[in-house]
Design a protein around this ligand. Sequence first.
Ligand SMILES: [Zn+2]
Length: 456
Amino acid sequence: MKRYLLVGCMALTNLAVQAQNNDSVQIRKMSDYLMNGKVGYEQLRFLTKSIGPRLSGSDQIVLAEHWAAKELKNLGADTVYRQQCMVPHWERGEKEIARVQPTQGKPYELNVLALGHSVGTGKSGIRAEVICVQNFAELEARKAEVKGKIVFYNYPWQNKFNHTFEGYGDAVIYRRDGAVKAAQLGAVGVLMRSVTHAEDNHPHTGTLRYEEGVPQIAAFALGVEDAVRLQTALQNDPKLKVFMRSTSVMKPDTIAHNIIGEIRGSVFPDQYITVGAHLDSWDNCEGAHDDGAGVVQSMAVLDAFKKTGIRPRHTIRIVLFANEENGARGASKYAEVAVQKQEKHVFAIESDAGAFTPRGFFFLMEDAKLQKIKSWIPLFKPYDIYEFDLKGTGVDIGPLHRALQTPAGQLYPDMQRYFEVHHAVSDTFETVSKRELNMGSVAMSALIYLIDKYGL
Ligand SMILES: [Zn+2]
């Protein structure tokens, strides 16, 4: 009896080893194809250089949608379609001005960008004294001084966070809520140190939120060097004034689309695995890391399946989401339709954390499913993919996960340099390494291959 059991166990182990061998061969095939190819890199070149910045409501996002649909078709998707949604339409207007006017001496300009969704100042601009605070606690402590002034949030990036996404979460509250908190105390405008640890002077944009019943005031991000310069200037000359001018405007909502390409599942055509990224970008940059890279990595999964002859068991859906940057309406629409149609979603993943060397994945799912994924770690080891314990997903997959409890994930690249370029003019095609970009595609393809084959 014991002997039979032992033999049985050995047979099972052999089967498991055999399966892992087959899987490692298949993953190697996909890797060889993706690492030696140039489809994704050339797609990224086109998206960033020929189409360029593609904020919701812009002409370029329309071009990007057409381009993405065509690319998905060319790569061999069985079906390509567009899912319509309404998105905010904010326009930056003329180049913003922030000019320091010392009590003595010559005025000089600071490098600024209006935050996304910021109102304009009106053509004649505003001129006011500036109160520099480090954080919301200091703003509260000095609230009697705020009325009629420009609030300058000079909150520096905290290097204590080893994970930069935590540093971002820590600092981004000044961008998101700074205008409301300042306006509640009677401020007339906001300047803020950009949410970055870059040692340069590029301002980084991103959305702010206004609140019903609170006056809407204009808010600009400053390059870090100019933030330090303004801080020093205020120490020496507290009565200096800053002139702010922008013509940003929020227009009525407009139409955009999620662009979706599918390979139909051979066994479970009505069960979906979503692989996605966002097609839009900020208006001030090429959006190469954020999120052109994710777009081409998602398409690469489809490409790798097709080129290495994998017929997926589940339907693989590549979803290029609309409007992540200033509304995430594409993500909401995708989840809404999935609920309406009572779709069954096996897994969903996005790539939206930069095109740097992949380290692993964030996951959000019940533990038994995560343990199943972790049993595949040996297959990822040759590719230096080792991080499987970070908790989370991304903005575009989040709504689906919340609506249907779909097991979710996000590609986790090395993010140490991501926030140096994030939402800044420095997020260019040239800063993307072809090798690192392709390695991310390999990691995503391998994970999707295994989940499709074994389920979760
Ligand atoms: Zn992004």
